[in-house]
Design a protein. Structure first.
Length: 102
């Protein structure tokens, strides 16, 4: 199922005119994103795990970098904000010391 979803999404995203009318492709991709957003948390987590496995397979098998990037960005392109385990919140800058006027 995931392969079919990714194949269709990549076809719509990559194909140019006259193969696919760009406005219609964009609308179909947006609708696909809305359907993915309707999944419950467990289904999203499962989908994310499957995408990780597929991404690893793609890297080991020497797939094109564009394909690997498409897989890695799929959930983000469907409207999900991905959390990075490496990123920590940046603290606000320290206030600057004021020099008294004379």
């Amino acid at each position: 199922m995931l392969s079919a979803l990714l194949h269709l999404a990549s076809f719509l995203d990559i194909s140019d005119e006259p193969v696919v009318e760009s406005k219609a492709a964009g609308e179909a991709l947006a609708r696909m994103g809305l359907y993915v957003q309707r999944l419950d948390d467990d289904s999203i987590e499962s989908l994310a795990d499957e995408l990780d496995v597929l991404s690893e397979h793609a890297q080991k098998s020497g797939w094109a970098p564009e394909a690997i990037e498409f897989i890695a960005a799929f959930l983000e392109n469907c409207g999900f904000a991905l959390e990075s385990e490496e990123e920590e919140p940046t603290p606000p800058p320290a206030p600057k010391a004021r020099t008294p006027r004379r």
